[in-house]
Design a protein around this ligand. Structure first.
Ligand SMILES: [Zn+2]
Length: 1015
């Protein structure tokens, strides 16, 4: 996209150099934004008429089917027509306003327009008549999303807006009208993006009733524990839904009556309609604190024939102002609404909010907590794809300047697909099956593009001799022990990349054929290896997922101290097993395998930690440093409520894609006993637990590690008995947790939850299981003492899942669900994923952390390192070679860090990516919250200049979190709360005379556009 040249040079926040505006968030004075707002009138109810369309980036139809308007049998919806017709209607009358949200669609439409049309649209944007709200690639889900993904998808959408429209395209408001529950971290992200407000439609129906009665529909949400008020955000909740008031949907897909304003017509209805609307407005105004209310005029995929909407809204405004009393209607936008109430409220104190809006329910039996787990395989893929996207972007930046202008095309593909994946019907798992398949395909194709980009980057970074780097192969199916190169080659090289900002030591498992292996580390030292046989029964359950694999074993070795933002190369040779020496090597590398006798009590451990199994084959205790913690762990299932059990829709609500509604009985173990195969060797001891032909686990304890890895494989879930099933992994201990448990918020902050309790309203427990479920993206734990002296048990997960603690000392995560009925919230299909035919098989990993005594440590300080390890796992690429190790090492770097030195343990590079015109985007984050650790929760100051190993950072200018506005130029509307006067956003950039220093407070993320030159 061509960048308009503004001709302004911006002085750096620090340092000595200049950065041109081409690389910058654009600045331009205009009549857009608050300058374009229609003023409210005193003494009346000011009604902000906000025309909008809600365009799902995939749901009942795929992204493309929605854009082009095909497959009308699923839904009559075509986004290209919506934007076409809205623009035409806006151009007819300068009073009219419209907001648009989803850049996945708008950017595609933009590319198809003529220069004349583009100029007209720019004019509309500059006059505030077309306003972009939120401006992310999609309106992301808030439960199944990780904060890294949310920030990326918002940034990518807002970058399009910044490139295309400059300052007038910059969103000021978060618009999360449809997601099914709202997270504190999402609100925190919006606040850090400099937004002045956040609106949404869905909160618990009891909470809404309470808030309506107390005029608390609008509040100041404190979204972080860190000191400072820049994390607060004004938050407004809709009266009911985001649609037009009943009787006032003038859309082509609606049946409401238009305004019939010929008095001679037998159907003349103006007076009645005005009366109806006035009644609605006055009822609504009772629940809001100022003289302003918002009238959302739109719904899903509305405005395909925008003339119908606007013609009638024009009349609605005109006649209501003429005939009504005490009301003043005008076209407006959410940002103008926020500005109006900010102007009016003055020093009025607003209610505050500190927790979040999970879980969401819209009637006593409809808790939208099933989607926390729905489509678990896709959720896992999305999480892994993020690690790869971050790595792909890091390597692209570290590999040096692009040789062509199209240099980022291969990354853009994954940026877009990951943006789509965060949509509230994508990673949420609430889309139709064919749409889910389309999402997976789009993500897969983009991953392949990014693999090519990584290959290109490695080709620049690794060679040091005369040879070109061989083609890198990426094995996407290592989780099902399939990788053609490791299975078929007798000499290959594995390159392990670590996207974290700290050195990482990890165990590697490669699918191979039986044999004797030599693994050399980058120095040529031979590593201890272990060959672990693949358990046949485990393979059977996933054989349809790995049709091409012939591996019989996994080759396990420890890759130690993989450099930060860097790689290590391991040289692997399979030797023939003919001579006598091999038998001792084979012996050393082998794994002892045996099947436990019936009733035998098994224990596996690593000296520090051991896991004990009872005579039935289930975990009964974990021993840590000699202290035994009694516990049980099992895979269990809830019976999903079926349809047809009651007369009322509330009572008859089945469990479905959105809703989790067990049939009232507690979860039942899949089996009360498991057959065990025990495998022990030099590096890892593991117990394969088979519960049934569709449920198994591997419980692993690696040498030197202080957590237990539980790899679960579940599916196809049998439903032949006509009962949908929802599978959980439940850990039960004796820890007296007093009804309290803790869950993460989008993988970042940790929030206290209390069983059968909501912090700001009274919960009447109508669904004792589903109503206690919360989204888990990283960790859930219980502990017995708030003074950090007692025991803790935690599960760290590898994808988003629902989780809870239904009894003291207990935690559970839902891993898979297969249901036979639709839950009547629109998707129109039961959540019954076929997988490769017989039903989906899913495999995933939990880290089980058990600590009998916190000994003064905050539980989260033990969990964060594990959560980081799980979230940003190193990944591998492979190539075959005929070179000797020495020859390989002479030609290619076998070890390299992108950083001059690993960062402090509490600081992480969240983003390093190529931006534009040779600049890069850098985000640094503090990963500990206030009070989590005596030293790691302290502020940290870094010197940026020498952060990178091969480049000097010559300039760094701070932006807001979304990278679309200079931090120094950010100002937010001030709000007053009952507690304190809020200050406008201030960034705490520090500046020393010669070096660029950056201080990060607990949980703070700071974003910079940087320039770098080779050292
Ligand atoms: Zn939606």
């Amino acid at each position: 996209m061509e960048l308009p040249f503004i001709g302004v040079f911006l002085l750096l926040a620090f340092g000595c150099c200049l950065i041109t505006s081409d690389a910058a968030p654009q600045q331009k004075a205009s009549t857009c934004g608050y300058n374009s707002c229609t003023p409210s009138k005193p003494g009346v109810i000011n009604v902000h008429v906000v025309p909008h369309t809600h365009d799902d980036v995939g749901w009942l139809k795929t992204v493309d089917q929605y854009y082009y308007g095909s497959k009308t049998g699923y839904q009559r919806a075509g986004v290209q027509y919506i934007i076409d017709s809205v623009i035409k209607e806006l151009l007819k009358d300068p009073e009219r306003r419209f907001i648009y949200v989803e850049m996945a669609f708008f950017s595609q439409w933009w590319q198809e327009q003529t220069e004349t049309k583009k100029a007209a649209v720019k004019q509309l944007v500059e006059e505030g008549r077309l306003e972009f709200i939120s401006g992310g690639w999609c309106m992301n889900d808030e439960a199944g999303t990780h904060y890294n993904d949310i920030i990326d998808q918002m940034t990518w959408g807002m970058r399009f807006l910044n490139d295309t429209f400059g300052e007038c395209g910059r969103p000021k408001i978060g618009w999360q009208i449809d997601p099914f529950g709202h997270s504190r971290e999402q609100a925190s992200i919006f606040a850090s993006m400099g937004f002045d407000g956040l609106f949404f439609g869905r909160i618990d129906w009891v909470d809404r009733t309470h808030r309506k009665a107390n005029k608390e529909m609008e509040m100041i949400w404190t979204t972080s524990n860190s000191p400072g008020e820049q994390s607060s955000i004004f938050t407004g909740i809709f009266y009911d839904h985001y649609s037009a008031p009943s009787g006032f949907c003038f859309d082509v897909v609606c049946r409401d009556e238009p305004f019939i304003d010929n008095p001679r017509s037998a159907d003349y209805n103006v007076v009645k309609k005005v009366k109806d609307l006035e009644a609605h407005i006055k009822a609504k105004a009772l629940s809001y604190a100022t003289s302003n209310i918002m009238l959302t005029m739109g719904d899903d995929f509305n405005y395909m024939s925008a003339d119908m909407n606007f013609k009638n809204m024009d009349k609605m405004i005109r006649y209501t102002n003429e005939l009504g009393s005490g009301v003043n209607l005008f076209y407006s936008t959410p940002s103008c609404y926020v500005k109006a109430i900010n102007d009016e409220a003055g020093s009025r104190p607003w209610p505050t909010k500190t927790d979040d809006f999970f879980p969401y329910s819209n009637d006593p039996h409809a808790y939208w907590t099933g989607y926390f787990t729905s489509r678990p395989a896709y959720k896992g893929t999305v999480r892994k794809a993020n690690t790869f996207l971050q790595s792909c972007k890091q390597l692209h930046s570290l590999a040096g300047p692009d040789s062509s202008a199209d240099g980022q095309n291969l990354i853009d593909s994954l940026r877009r697909s990951m943006g789509e994946a965060q949509h509230h019907d994508a990673v949420a798992g609430t889309e139709k099956e064919h749409v889910s398949q389309d999402y997976r395909l789009r993500l897969h194709d983009s991953l392949v593009d990014c693999q090519q980009d990584v290959g290109n980057s490695f080709s620049k970074i690794l060679p040091i001799g005369t040879l070109e780097l061989p083609q890198q192969e990426f094995c996407l199916h290592l989780n099902v022990s399939q990788c053609s190169i490791t299975e078929s080659s007798s000499r290959f090289v594995a390159t392990i990349y670590n996207p974290r900002s700290h050195q990482v030591t990890t165990y590697v498992r490669l699918p191979v054929m039986n044999g004797v292996y030599t693994v050399l580390d980058p120095d040529g030292s031979e590593l201890i290896v272990q060959l672990v046989p693949l358990v046949n029964a485990a393979l059977r359950s996933i054989e349809t997922e790995r049709p091409k694999s012939s591996a019989t074993h996994e080759l396990v070795f420890q890759a130690s101290q993989i450099p930060s933002l860097g790689h290590k190369t391991f040289y692997i040779v399979k030797t023939s097993a003919r001579n006598g020496q091999h038998s001792t090597v084979r012996e050393r590398q082998s794994t002892t395998v045996r099947t436990a006798e019936a009733g035998e009590k098994i224990a596996v451990g690593n000296g520090k930690l051991s896991v004990n199994f009872n005579a039935a084959g289930l975990i009964e205790s974990v021993v840590v440093d000699g202290v035994t913690v009694m516990m049980s762990q099992n895979l269990m299932w809830y019976a999903g409520m079926n349809e047809g059990n009651a007369n009322s829709i509330f009572d008859d609500r089945p469990s479905g894609a959105y809703v989790f509604r067990p049939n009232g009985t507690d979860a039942t173990p899949i089996s009360t006993q498991a057959t065990l195969i025990v495998q022990t060797g030099a590096l890892v001891s593991e117990v394969y637990q088979q519960f049934s032909d569709w449920a198994s686990q591997v419980v692993r304890v690696y040498k030197g590690q202080s957590d237990v890895e539980i790899e679960w494989t579940v599916g196809p879930i049998p439903v032949g008995d006509g009962i949908g099933k929802e599978i959980v992994s439940r850990v039960t201990t004796q820890i007296p947790s007093g009804g309290r448990f803790y869950t993460d918020s989008n993988g970042r902050q940790t929030l206290l939850r209390r069983r059968d309790f909501r912090p700001t309203w009274t919960l009447n427990v109508s669904e004792p299981v589903a109503g206690n479920y919360y989204p888990i993206n990283s960790h859930i734990y219980v502990t017995d003492d708030q003074q950090n002296a007692g025991a803790v048990v935690a599960l760290v997960n590898d994808r988003s899942q629902g989780g809870t603690s239904l009894k003291d000392g207990q935690i559970e995560l839902m891993v898979h669900r297969r249901l036979l009925y639709d839950d009547h919230f629109g998707v129109g299909e039961p959540l019954n994923e076929p997988g490769d035919g017989p039903g989906l098989v899913v495999r995933g990993t939990h880290y089980l952390l058990v600590n009998p005594s916190l000994a003064g440590n905050h539980p989260v300080s033990l969990i964060r390192p594990l959560a980081q390890q799980m979230f940003m796992r190193p990944w591998m690429s492979f190539s075959t070679t005929s070179l000797s190790f020495t020859n390989w090492k002479n030609n290619f770097r076998t070890e390299k860090s992108g950083l001059t030195a690993p960062l402090p343990d509490n600081i992480h590079i969240l983003t390093l990516e190529p931006w534009r015109d040779g600049t890069h985007l850098l985000r640094l984050e503090h990963i500990y919250d206030v009070g989590e650790h005596s030293t790691l929760s302290q502020p940290v100051t870094l010197i940026l200049d020498d952060l990178l190993a091969d480049y000097k950072i010559t300039s760094a200018v701070e932006t807001t979190l979304g990278a679309n506005q200079w931090a120094s130029e950010t100002s937010r509307l001030p709000w007053n709360t009952a507690d304190k006067q809020q200050q406008p956003l201030k960034m705490s950039t520090k500046n020393s005379s010669t070096k660029t220093s950056v201080t990060l407070l607990p949980m703070e993320i700071r974003t910079f556009i940087i320039q770098m030159t080779p050292k």
